[in-house]
Design a binder for this molecule. Structure first.
Ligand code: ZN
Length: 74
């Protein structure tokens, strides 16, 4: 499991998101952005229309560089 903040994924807040795989992180981030940052959703949709691979190209390297963490059971 790895953690990234919304900001590290191109979003506007410091909320920490966690996922086991990059694909899971993408859907977690998508849900988070749609729920909490409507204006970012619009920007990301625009970016996706222009270049569907851009967001992943920019943010996946950071995911890859993150260390695996053990889940915390708080
Ligand atoms: Zn956020």
């Amino acid at each position: 499991m790895k953690k990234m903040t919304c900001r590290e994924l191109g979003g506007p807040c410091e909320e920490e998101l966690q996922a086991d795989t990059w694909d899971e992180m993408v859907s977690t981030m998508t849900d988070h952005v749609m729920l909490t940052h409507p204006e970012t959703t619009a920007e990301m949709e625009k970016m996706h229309e222009e270049d569907p691979l851009k967001w992943g190209r920019e943010h996946k390297p950071l995911w890859d560089s993150k260390k695996e963490e053990s889940p915390d059971f708080l």
